[in-house]
Unconditional design. Structure first.
Length: 446
């Protein structure tokens, strides 16, 4: 698992003695089995009360286990899918309970008390939604994605609940009362998780139709975390947007009779998904940011841009050149980065009279962002050299180095789903921070 690049995106910390150990050296005795579901078992770790082991089973079920079969190899396939999906979300910046993989069929996770609600996010109307909403045609697209809530209650077939019912239940997992603020955070997180995985699957020409996830509250930290598992039981997945090619568990649900050949076909679909999900962590179209500074005295300003790019996983290169004093060298540097076919965003950092941005904009088809390091004395006058351009030039101007990095990420994110995923998670985390700050202020008495 790749550690996020800023502290704000880190999950709950690992035990100190585990933090830097290679996976093969992580060993801890298992305690008692704390929970067992239809497709997984959860075990305590004797020496780590804040962590649990989640172990998948070979059982595949449908209709709240009205149909169930053993599918050899499913545990490893499901665990592999979950590990990669949670790793992708973790690196993007989503707060999850996932820690790291243990063995082929298990992973370590933060011990959570689960919230007994399934959050379902839909992009395309199909399945049970059509039965509950007669008149809606299959294939109707929800924009924005539609979130539905279902109480985890096998005896009553997981009935759909309204927000009001969830609030009235006053669930208190891990000592945290699930009120409007907590429910809003989980709902917004559900949409963000769906959109991140939707974008990732689109890179493999697959439509993520819908997604089911669950949340829990850390028993040690009190944080609400995306928990449980996300595997091929958790979504509908249609290659090329074609339902007839579906690769998810719906194929098993739709079987008229479960035969060995039918189970082998279902297993083949699960293996297909596991193979493709590994590709979600890669991107064929890479990009970069090249920061051109007019003087090394602007280095601290440029370093902030570079750190901002690292936040989004974008390579950033710093160069020194002057459009006024060495225009030939500036154009030569530009040509170096245009010649290898890598999508590039140029950021021009020049105070006083900004010649870099306009010169680059007039001589390249790549996006150019001005980010002048304005001085306190002359900033109000100097900024006009970055704002007032002749016709034919289209360089934009932002004053914050962090904003310059974000703008570059938004440009590159159009063709790089990994960058886009970090942007989407960052949006969510900003929203959650504001929501929590407002909640704290609301609870204050002055």
């Amino acid at each position: 698992v790749v550690t996020p690049l800023v502290p704000a995106l880190k999950p709950a910390p690992l035990p100190a003695e585990w933090a830097n150990l290679p996976l093969r050296r992580i060993r801890t005795p298992l305690g008692k089995k704390v929970r067992e579901g239809k497709t997984k078992e959860l075990f305590e770790l004797k020496n780590e009360p804040g962590l649990i082991l989640v172990q998948s089973k070979n059982q595949i079920t449908a209709g709240n286990a009205a149909r169930k079969d053993q599918m050899e190899g499913k545990a490893a396939i499901a665990n592999n899918t979950t590990v990669i999906v949670f790793s992708l979300l973790h690196v993007a910046g989503i707060k999850t309970a996932f820690v790291r993989q243990h063995e082929d069929i298990s992973f370590f996770a933060i011990n959570c008390e689960m919230i007994p609600i399934e959050f379902v996010c839909r992009r395309v109307a199909t399945g049970s939604f059509l039965k509950r909403n007669p008149g809606v045609k299959e294939g109707y697209r929800f924009s924005p994605p539609k979130v539905e809530l279902f109480l985890k209650d096998d005896e009553n077939n997981d009935p759909q609940w309204s927000e009001e019912q969830v609030l009235a239940a006053k669930f208190k997992p891990g000592g945290v009362t699930i009120g409007q603020c907590e429910l809003d955070i989980m709902t917004h997180t559900t949409v963000a998780v769906f959109e991140i995985l939707e974008k990732a699957w689109a890179s493999q020409n697959c439509t993520l139709v819908d997604l089911k996830i669950e949340f829990g509250v850390s028993v040690t930290g009190g944080d609400i975390l995306l928990a449980d598992v996300i595997d091929n039981d958790s979504w509908r997945l249609w290659p090329s947007g074609d339902r007839s090619q579906q690769k998810d568990k719906q194929v098993y649900r739709d079987l008229g009779e479960v035969t060995p050949d039918a189970l082998q076909m279902v297993k083949g679909n699960f293996e297909w998904v596991a193979d493709r999900v590994a590709l979600l962590q890669k991107n064929e179209i890479n990009g970069r940011v090249v920061v051109l500074m007019g003087s090394v005295t602007d280095m601290s300003h440029c370093e902030k841009i570079k750190r901002g790019c690292a936040f989004y996983g974008i390579p950033c290169f710093l160069r020194v050149t002057s459009a006024h004093k060495g225009p030939d060298e500036t154009l030569r540097i530009k040509a170096q980065y245009e010649g290898d076919g890598v999508p590039t965003v140029f950021v021009a950092v020049a105070g006083r009279s900004n010649g870099l941005g306009p010169m680059m904009s007039g001589n390249t088809a790549c996006p150019v962002i001005n980010c002048p390091p304005l001085s306190q004395d002359w900033g109000a006058q100097d900024v006009w050299s970055s704002l007032r351009m002749p016709s034919g030039l289209a360089c934009s101007t932002v004053l914050s180095p962090e904003a310059a990095a974000q703008f570059a990420a938004q440009i590159l994110g159009l063709t790089n789903h990994l960058v886009w995923c970090r942007l989407r998670a960052s949006m969510l985390n900003t929203w959650v921070s504001l929501k929590q700050a407002d909640q704290r202020l609301k609870g204050c008495t002055l």
